[in-house]
Ligand binder design. Sequence first.
Ligand SMILES: Nc1ncnc2c1ncn2[C@@H]1O[C@H](COP(=O)(O)OP(=O)(O)OP(=O)(O)O)[C@@H](O)[C@H]1O
Length: 260
Amino acid sequence: MQNKQMISTQGLSLQFGGLQALQQISLQVPAGEFRGLIGPNGAGKTTLINCLSGAIKPSSGSIIFDNIDVSSMPPHLISHLGMSRSFQHVQLFGNRNVRDNILIGMHRQIKQSIAGQILGLPTSRRAEREAGVIADELLTRFDLHDVAHLSARQLPYGVLKRLDLARALSARPKLLLLDEPTSGMSEQEATDSIALLKELARKDGMTLIVIEHNMRIMMNLADRITVLHLGRIIAEGSPQEVTRDPAAIEAYLGEESTDA
Ligand SMILES: Nc1ncnc2c1ncn2[C@@H]1O[C@H](COP(=O)(O)OP(=O)(O)OP(=O)(O)O)[C@@H](O)[C@H]1O
């Protein structure tokens, strides 16, 4: 049986002045899938993620997330429904330490526990303890234990990106949107981080949409890949299908494969 769709768009379009940034995007991502989003610079990848997360409203078209029409919902409500995202340029609390940054990422659980504490509920203390355990687990898995006490602004960029991934996962969203999560990492660090991301997401049944320029990582780890060019979907399929697709090769993979 086919998985249910975690997110789907119908005829999503967006103009920036005279520029057609997204044109009639119809995307379906089933629950639990790791979907790669690739395409040349300016293809519309970040704009698409901005639309899905509610940061930018489309000019037309609809977005259904987990069976709910979120097309005109503000980002914080979409986030409450279980969609989380990272940004191309890391957005963390620079003056808070690494562990706190992960705990802040779990605000939904923690908020519940603070409300519970005021009411003296034992379940809230348990929720807080559990949040601490999850944070420590993520620190270990992302090799951040040694820097857990440092403030985020003291970290080199590659380590910050790892923290950003750990933070994004800690919220345990149903759908996680990641915009170039491995930029600034070494090849090995990037491969390990995305493999770990996939493992942890799979354990939680999380759906991933990941913009990633590193084609080796995409080929090895994505279940399916969507190729954007000039605001349109020009190819879609398994990594093997996409690498054989003439439109994808012409727009993007031709130039990438010469780098490999
Ligand atoms: N806020 C904005 N105002 C006007 N034009 C924009 C805005 N944001 C993006 N664009 C334009 O929309 C198009 C798509 O940009 P977008 O950032 O989504 O591409 P991308 O595929 O993510 O590219 P990259 O790989 O370089 O990040 C580009 O031509 C870009 O210049």
